[in-house]
Write a protein that binds this ligand. Structure first.
Ligand code: ZN
Length: 240
């Protein structure tokens, strides 16, 4: 059985549907969702409904918290801020309560799930340097940690460096520790516009980085129809 790890879906229904379709052929035991379910794109309700239907184990992202008033948007760029305000207006109280129930960080067996960093999960910092990764390993109590937030899929082995992995299988070595970024379902930023997610096989000890194309033109037209900033539509075509 495998575990599906989805992150940074950002209200992109077409991308999530494509991922769900790809997952349909996989023997899945669980689905983990690493936060930023909402924000940026135009289908918050539908995406929330789908993640609830999947019974995913969720941790909170900064855009989730921005949409429910649990974090300030002062540090957001103007486009992100506008999208967060739009999302906040869309969400029902029940949807907001569901988002508010997510923990910042969650440990399941030998796996840690967190959106940003395990050392300051409420500060929304990024793991972008070897120094950041070292700080993360200092506090991690598990061999494996899945993160999101930067929208860049990678593996970082403790004591080694970043391996940016657009697609394909990465084999985990016994006794080694890893931080894995699952990339982004709904707004990839590694110049590949295809939705990104990860399949973890606990028996084989592999992390499989998957990419699936989706109808981003449909997502773009919904963004424009909703009156969200056009940059949010443009970036989907180029994966930036
Ligand atoms: Zn995000």
């Amino acid at each position: 059985m495998k575990i599906a790890i989805l992150s940074d879906i950002h209200s992109n229904l077409e991308a999530l549907n494509a991922v769900v379709e790809a997952l349909a052929i996989e023997p899945l035991s669980e689905t983990y969702c690493l936060g930023d379910i909402v924000g940026y794109n135009a289908n918050p309700h539908e995406v929330i409904e789908m993640i609830q239907k999947m019974n995913a184990v969720c941790v909170a992202g900064n855009h989730d918290h921005a949409a429910v008033g649990l974090t300030s948007t002062d540090y957001f760029n103007p486009v992100a801020k506008e999208a967060a305000q739009w999302t906040a207006q869309q969400l029902s109280e029940t949807e907001k309560d569901w988002i508010k129930s997510f923990p910042y960080i969650q440990k399941i067996g030998n796996i840690t799930l967190v959106h940003a960093t395990p050392y300051e999960p409420k500060e929304w910092g990024y793991i972008l340097t070897a120094h950041d990764a070292k700080k993360a390993f200092e506090v991690l109590e598990t061999d494996l940690c899945f993160i999101g937030h930067s929208h860049l899929p990678f593996v970082f082995q403790e004591g080694k460096g970043f391996v940016f992995q657009e697609e394909g299988v990465f084999e985990l070595k016994e006794g080694e520790r890893y931080i894995v970024n699952a990339g982004s379902v709904g707004q990839p930023r590694d110049r590949n516009p295809n939705a990104s997610f990860v399949l973890f096989d606990p028996q084989k000890k592999t992390v499989d980085f998957k990419r699936v194309p989706y109808d981003f033109k449909k997502t773009q037209s919904k963004i424009l129809a909703a009156g969200l900033p056009s940059f949010l539509a443009e970036r989907l075509a180029i994966g930036r």
